[in-house]
Ligand binder design. Structure first.
Ligand SMILES: Cc1cc2nc3c(=O)[nH]c(=O)nc-3n(C[C@H](O)[C@H](O)[C@H](O)COP(=O)(O)OP(=O)(O)OC[C@H]3O[C@@H](n4cnc5c(N)ncnc54)[C@H](O)[C@@H]3O)c2cc1C
Length: 401
């Protein structure tokens, strides 16, 4: 593995850095329209949908170039693209499974954030056990009638469209009776109720569907193919490419070091306390492990290898690290953590309320990472079964034998 950047990648990085320096807006008070405008500007610069095929509005860039943009955006404290779920994994799922009509109708407007997308998978009794979902879609010839409830729908309150999993055939084993539909959110049969999170933001929601309508042409893939399509979405969602994330941690780490130099406890700077120094040293070592793990995945992607179930290793590793990182930060900062801004640009935290993100907010938000896109326990199950090839279930009587 070659850890140096090629001359053309270095030139691309410089060009990207210069563009961001000239264009990054002040973003803690951005309105929804301003965030859409910023997304569009990023797209027009070639920094959104970078890996998507050119025929659908993408840029045909390399994974390395995409990682460089994410890295530079983190460095510049740039607000992320607003249609993150659409760009990150719903659009790529439509590219894999969609009809030509669906690709032409939906992808370009997703790229420009003219239409914002959400993911309608989880239900009150179907999170980890997603295949138990109970939302029904009944085939009425030219359309489906949808009834049921979804929960934890990120971006639900601002979404125009949703990718929906619904049961179309209750008479077959549960994984086989699920279909995937593209649902228009702005219709009378769809009610979105925002949910207040522990951080105080309302980024996600409950969605109630009462005789909602989904057109036949908006069936993604074939009837009964929903489970397979969900695996495609989750593969993208678990995120193979985490270099930008590591850069954000590194920036936060630098801020933490600065704070530990400035703050005094017992008459001396915190950084002179041997316990604080030991904790910071451990964090730094873990941060470097994250960096090399991200580079390893990037190197594989650049060679055209698919991450597959290995994305669970990456996801488990960085989300658990993130929790430890902010826990340690709060231990070190004490009450100052409530007041001081965590300058890591927190892409998932909705800054539209205008509240600055404190270390305490980042700490609270870090709890989410080990739940969304499949909890840590589920990632461990996947790693055990699909990466290590361990048996699915070890029965107690066999253990004793
Ligand atoms: C910030 C955030 C955003 C989200 N956004 C979306 C979204 O946009 N769209 C969407 O559809 N969903 C979304 N989700 C939902 C997310 O996918 C679910 O919360 C997640 O899959 C877990 O499901 P659950 O909450 O029902 O917990 P449960 O499945 O009830 O799990 C409860 C606990 O049991 C453990 N557990 C469950 N099954 C097993 C098992 N087989 N082995 C070992 N342990 C197990 C879990 O690890 C967990 O600790 C979001 C969640 C969060 C936190």
């Amino acid at each position: 593995m070659d850890l140096t950047y090629a001359p053309e990648d270095r030139a691309f990085r410089e060009q990207c850095r210069a563009w961001l320096e000239a264009n990054v807006p002040r973003h803690d008070l951005m309105t929804l329209d301003e965030r859409r405008a910023w997304h569009r500007k990023l797209y027009e610069a070639g920094y959104v949908g970078m890996l998507w095929p050119k025929e659908y509005g993408g840029w045909g860039a390399t994974p390395m170039q995409q990682a460089i943009v994410q890295d530079e955006m983190a460095r510049a404290g740039a607000p992320p693209a607003i249609n993150g779920l659409g760009i990150g994994f719903i659009g790529p799922t439509i590219i894999v499974h969609g009809t030509e009509w669906q690709k032409r109708r939906y992808l370009q407007k997703m790229l420009t954030a003219e239409e914002i997308w959400c993911q309608l998978y989880s239900e009150p009794n179907a999170g980890s056990d997603l295949a138990s979902l109970r939302t029904r879609a009944e085939d009425q010839g030219d359309h489906f009638v949808v009834n049921g409830q979804k929960i934890w729908t990120s971006s639900g309150p601002i979404a125009d469209w949703g990718i929906l999993l619904a049961r179309t055939d209750p008479g077959v084993p549960k994984h086989k009776g699920i279909s995937c539909l593209l649902l228009h959110m702005r219709q009378p049969g769809v009610e979105v109720r925002p949910l207040k999170q522990i951080t105080g933001h309302s980024l996600f929601s409950e969605v109630f569907m009462t005789n909602a309508r989904a057109e036949k042409r908006d069936l993604l893939g074939k009837p009964g193919q929903g489970w397979e399509i969900a695996q495609t979405t989750l593969g993208y969602e678990r995120g193979a490419n985490s270099l930008g994330r590591v850069t954000r941690y590194a920036i936060s780490f630098t801020q933490l070091v600065r704070a530990a130099k400035d703050l005094r406890r017992g008459g001396r700077p915190l950084l002179q306390d041997p316990v604080v120094r030991a904790k910071m040293g451990k964090l730094y070592a873990e941060l470097e492990v994250q960096r090399y793990a991200a580079l390893r995945v990037l190197s594989a992607l650049d060679k055209g290898e698919a991450p597959g179930p290995f994305s669970s290793v990456t996801k488990l590793s960085y989300t658990e690290f993130e929790k430890r990182f902010y826990e340690t930060a709060l231990e070190i900062l004490g009450p100052y953590g409530e007041l001081m801004s965590a300058t890591a640009d927190y892409e998932e935290v909705d800054t539209s309320s205008g509240e600055p993100g404190t270390w305490a907010t980042a700490f609270l938000w870090s709890r989410a990472g080990t739940i969304y896109s499949g909890s840590s326990e589920i990632q461990k199950n996947i790693i055990g079964e699909r990466v290590l090839g361990l048996p699915k279930e070890v029965r107690a009587d066999r253990l004793r034998a």
